[in-house]
Design a protein around this ligand. Structure first.
Ligand code: MEV
Length: 435
């Protein structure tokens, strides 16, 4: 089959047919695909569940599932499940969690769990008339989607507000219906989208019934939730006496160290290059827990970065305060999480993660995830302002190089000792193994 021809009906093919097509169009030997079977589960029932999560599933892509112990969040100790490929993240989270365990732990407060959805439309008719009708339109929109929100209402959620936004000064004829939802323990993406699509139909119907020539005066562009969730916020901090930093301040006095730490974070407040890396250090922890609990890490990241740039200047999501002998490191982060629905009870490991966390509510999970983010950035900034990041990374880097060179356990042990005070590189490890 020629490569310039597109493939029709790929999803309908069996797995071996799918592989045959790939083989016929690439230089990959069919034997190379045997690895797919090695990553399939023996348990066919669970494998079937996983196969049904996405389209064209040919195997499972495994990532390490780890546990970070000693997380004290709002006075409760947690084992935090983390799924992440970066070697040092779980160690960094665990080290920070242990450091703060007896120093008051992580204190977290969820400000709100409000999510936003939008119906985007063009209206060519009279703007005043549209605005004056909006109370009636609103009622119609609420009635149209009421049947979809029964479950959400049972969990004390539902529609909180609906407003009409006139964007015509920025985009000719463009308006938007912005709907606020309280989604309670669900992340809510599916239900919000269903409600919005129902509302879009109801809006169209309303225009049709109430405005003459309506067909030519409006156009529904789209209906979709927004991942910008600036109200669905959690605040989390750690705080201790500055003298209590002596354990980690190295050659600096605790106050000098606190100031250096603050400077590192202040830099991330004024410089986008540092801010992006700094926030990435937060998302190392955040994403790992979000992924472990079957939540949408792209949504969580997207809203975090738009929130970081909400004032037109991308900056750090954390701040440091040094006041009255206290050091406080605080994170303010938006996130949309669920503990019911979606993958949370479909994926066996997501379900286990939530069980390990004690079946938290969405708000409790937000607090834990924020704590993981704060823990990771704390460890990162701590390392950066003391020994440098490579020292901690190198232990894992060394192990990865050794594994890639098929080193034995005995060689690994010797290497760990040998490289304690030597530079790790692929070449130096190769030379060590050859010696
Ligand atoms: C690496 O994954 C994360 C860091 O770059 C974060 C930071 O620089 O703050 C170490």
């Amino acid at each position: 089959m020629s490569n310039s021809q597109y493939i029709n009906g790929f999803s309908k093919l069996s797995n071996s047919e799918k592989i045959s097509i790939i083989v016929s169009r690439t230089n990959i030997a069919i034997e190379q695909f045997n690895v797919l079977n090695q990553f399939k589960l023996q348990n066919t029932e669970i494998q079937k569940q996983l196969d049904e999560i996405s389209e064209n599933v040919v195997s499972n892509y495994m990532l390490p599932f780890s546990i970070a112990p000693n997380f004290m969040v709002n006075g409760k100790a947690y084992f935090v499940p983390m799924v992440i490929e970066e070697s040092s993240v779980v160690a960094a989270a665990s080290a920070a969690a242990k450091f703060w365990f007896n120093r008051g732990g992580f204190v977290a407060k969820v400000i709100s769990t409000i999510k936003i959805g939008q119906v985007h439309f063009n209206w060519l008719g009279n703007s005043k008339q549209l605005k004056s009708e909006f109370e009636n339109i609103k009622e119609r929109l609420i009635a149209s989607s009421s049947h979809l929100l029964e479950n959400m209402r049972r969990r004390n959620g539902g529609i909180v507000d609906i407003e009409l936004i006139d964007f015509t000064n920025k985009l000719e004829n463009y308006y938007q219906v912005r709907v606020k939802f309280e989604t309670a323990d669900a992340m809510g993406a599916n239900i919000i989208n269903s409600v919005l699509e129902e509302m879009a139909q109801a809006l169209k119907q309303y225009f049709f019934e109430h405005f003459s020539d309506a067909e030519s005066e409006y156009d529904i562009v789209m209906a979709i939730l927004s991942n910008h969730t600036p109200e669905s916020i959690v605040e989390c901090y750690v705080e201790c006496d500055i003298d209590d930093l002596a354990e980690i301040s190295g050659e600096l006095s605790p106050m000098e160290y606190a100031q250096k730490f603050k400077l590192a974070v202040d830099i991330a407040n004024i410089d986008i290059y540092r801010a992006t890396t700094h926030n990435k250090g937060i998302y190392n922890g955040v994403d790992a827990v979000v992924l472990a609990t079957g939540n949408d890490f792209r949504a969580v990241e997207a809203c975090g970065h738009s929130y970081a740039a909400r004032n037109g200047h991308y900056k750090s999501l954390t701040t440091v305060d040094i006041d009255k002998g206290k050091f406080r490191y605080a994170l303010r982060i938006p996130m949309a999480l669920g503990t019911v629905g979606g993958l949370t009870n479909l994926h066996p490991l997501a379900k286990l993660s939530l069980d390990i966390l004690g079946k938290p509510s969405a708000k409790e999970l937000m607090a834990i995830v924020a704590a993981a983010g704060l823990a990771n950035t704390f460890s990162a900034v701590r390392a950066l302002t003391t020994s440098g990041i490579q020292k901690g990374h190198m232990r894992f880097h060394l192990n990865n190089i050794l594994s890639s060179l098929n080193a034995t356990n005995e060689q690994k042990e010797r290497a760990e000792e040998y490289f304690k005070n030597r530079k790790v590189s692929h070449k130096s490890v190769q030379e060590f193994l050859g010696s």
